[in-house]
Design a protein around this ligand. Sequence first.
Ligand code: ADE
Length: 226
Amino acid sequence: MRIDIISVAPNLLESPFNHSIIKRAQDKGLAEIVIHDLRKFGLGNYKQIDDTQFGGGAGMVLMIEPISNCIKQLLVERNYDEVIYMTPDAKTLNQSTANTLSLKENILILTGHYKGVDQRIRDKYITKEISIGDYVLTGGELAAAVLVDAVVRLIPGVIGDEQSALTDSFQDNLLSPPVYTRPAEFEGMKVPDVLLSGNFPKIDDWRSNQAYKRTQQIRPDLLKDE
Ligand code: ADE
């Protein structure tokens, strides 16, 4: 999968993609992540990328020309299955969206800053808008990093143990059951007997029950979505 990201703060995106599983996915050739500095497409000597809003009001807006020029240049090289704009005023990212996106070949992500981007960019180029939650970040970079992490780890071969991604929280709209590892007893706290029983159908049952209970307690809204 190829992921292009347009950003006014490309440095913010370096660290999340250069470590651990996402780095390994790139090293293995399973994901190619390329970051484009919007400033390079800025206008005039000052490389201007933002301006005040028409109609007045606080906050700067990312201008249409730099973004349009950047997207047009990228479109010369390849077509995108989705052109995504990271913004708090959109539907919230969930596992189902991550699953769908992990099957795509080319994705372009535009990250906003300040008051956002000129609406005409959204109207013309954006095919999907994604928020990572009902709060406002200083820019879309960290949101894009969250999206890319959630998507790339689902690409087959990225996580060694395939089962591990499939049994995550949310894959079946349920939170994960509790997990334990050695020692079987620590300061009087014991691992539930069933997990030590070797009876795998019983263990599966217990895990399903626990997942359901946890979801009911912490995120009952997930059960209503079904
Ligand atoms: N940009 C700023 N806040 C955001 C959010 N919550 N989700 C996606 N992009 C954003």
